[in-house]
Design a binder for this molecule. Structure first.
Ligand code: LLP
Length: 424
């Protein structure tokens, strides 16, 4: 569900015509819908609140890595959303956007001592520990501050899942989390230290997961461990269930709903008396964003192959090149005529700069505006200036109003960041 619809034949973001936005800001540009972000957060909040008995006062911590734009975060912050962060930069963004420290979880497989000290200093809610060696480092860092930060041990339940091998994180061979077998001893070690306060367990098994079974298996593993730890006299009061629920990039209607997902989690956790946390990234943001681009030219080859060359490249939207990801392409103003098969490509000098092969679309012409749908998560955050293309800008829409929430840098601004070495 999203708020990019046709009005009088032209695609709009809520009440704003994308043609007008393109004229004002240029292309390529990411456009986000506040209404979609709000709706998705609201559905999750409502579902979690409906299962308060099983999930406690559940935290919804948006995975900032999915979309770290400050105005996107501020939109979610106003709704009461927390943040799942993986770097000092993300913690700083969350705080700057108005997310209180006590709703910020600090995860990540390689937190530096400086980042751990920063997280303790600002008082994040919880630090998710991913390895024994990281726990040891945190104990040393925390001892130096006199604080005893609350931590969760991220376990690797050996349930790999996800839409692509490159976004699976919960398999035994993945670098994330502590093996289930090692977790109890680590938890006990943490409990014995005056410098950290273990409060619970965490897991995150992968991303773009389209069935509930692997998630349920992981949550059941957390439940078993909770009972085992409690049997040893240890306190476990929080379970961080990670993110990972998939979204319908292909318009699928058979994906688990937010309500089903939360009900499943509540079913597993019922009676445990823990406070749950969810860390959705894609679920909240993917369908809240599009990448608006313009067709530079249609290159029709002698063999009949048609390349639609767009002004967006893989530097602006990496997901197809990186994960063979599918993003629907919708002409902002559809032309009459039979659908035509295009290879949708960008202008970058790499053969991976291809969004789709043989994609059937209404006929396209040079100058047409097109929108890649479902681009609000892991879109702009993965963008780069490869080929010296200015970093793609971002626009946030709310009803009839819109604002540039990250400006396209000028060439001078790009070059100012690279002072010429004094000896040159
Ligand atoms: N929590 C942790 C600890 C994570 O590592 C992630 C994502 C999330 C939550 C949020 O997962 P989500 O709800 O968005 O599935 N760039 C890839 C996705 C990488 C996901 C990394 N971790 C893509 O574009 O598909």
């Amino acid at each position: 569900m999203h708020h990019f619809d046709r009005i009088d034949g032209a695609l709009h973001a809520e009440g704003v015509p994308l043609e007008a936005l393109a004229a004002a800001v240029g292309t390529p540009v990411y456009v986000y819908s506040s209404a979609t972000l709000t709706r998705h957060y609201g559905l999750l909040r409502e579902a979690a609140d409906a299962h308060r008995g099983a999930l406690g006062d559940a935290l919804i911590a948006f995975a900032v890595k999915a979309n770290s734009n400050l105005s996107v975060l501020a939109t979610l912050a106003r709704l009461g959303c927390g943040a799942d962060t993986v770097s000092e930069g993300e913690i700083r963004r969350a705080l700057k956007a108005g997310i209180p420290a006590d709703r910020i979880v600090f995860s990540g497989v390689g937190k530096t001592d400086a980042e751990l000290a920063f997280a303790i200093d600002v008082g994040v809610r919880q630090i998710n520990i991913e390895s024994a060696v990281e726990l040891d480092r945190l104990i040393v860092v925390a001892a130096g501050t006199g604080a005893s930060p609350e931590i969760a041990i991220r376990v690797n339940p050996d349930v790999g899942a996800g839409g692509h091998a490159k976004i699976t994180t919960g398999g035994a061979a993945d670098k994330f989390g502590v093996p289930v077998a090692d977790a109890p001893a680590l938890y006990a070690r943490a409990a014995a230290s005056p410098h950290v306060t273990p409060v619970g367990l965490a897991c995150h098994i992968g991303s773009q997961i389209t069935t509930l079974e692997p998630l349920e298996a992981a949550f059941r593993a957390l439940k078993r461990m909770t009972l085992d730890l409690r049997a040893q006299g240890l306190t476990v009061s929080r379970l961080d269930l990670g993110g990972g629920l998939g979204v319908p990039y292909h318009g699928q209607s058979d994906l688990p709903s937010i309500a089903d997902y939360v009900a499943m989690a509540a079913g597993v956790l019922d009676g445990l008396e823990v406070e749950a946390a969810f860390e959705p990234g894609r679920l909240l943001a993917a369908n809240a964003g599009i990448l608006l681009s313009r067709v530079i030219q249609i290159n029709k080859r002698g063999d009949g192959r048609r390349f639609a060359v767009l002004d967006a490249g893989m530097n602006d939207l990496m997901r197809p090149a990186l994960y063979d990801a599918f993003h629907d392409l919708v002409p902002v103003r559809a032309r009459e005529g039979e659908p035509v098969a295009y290879d949708l490509v960008g202008p970058i000098c790499e053969s991976t700069d291809i969004f789709a092969r043989d994609r059937r679309s209404p006929p396209l012409q040079a100058g047409d505006l097109v929108a890649f749908m479902g681009a609000g998560a892991y879109g702009a955050v993965l963008a780069s200036e490869y080929n010296s293309r200015p970093l793609v800008p971002e626009v946030l829409v709310d009803g009839d109003q819109w604002a540039v929430v990250r400006a396209r840098p000028s060439y001078d601004e790009m070059f100012e960041r690279e002072p010429t070495a004094a000896w040159l």
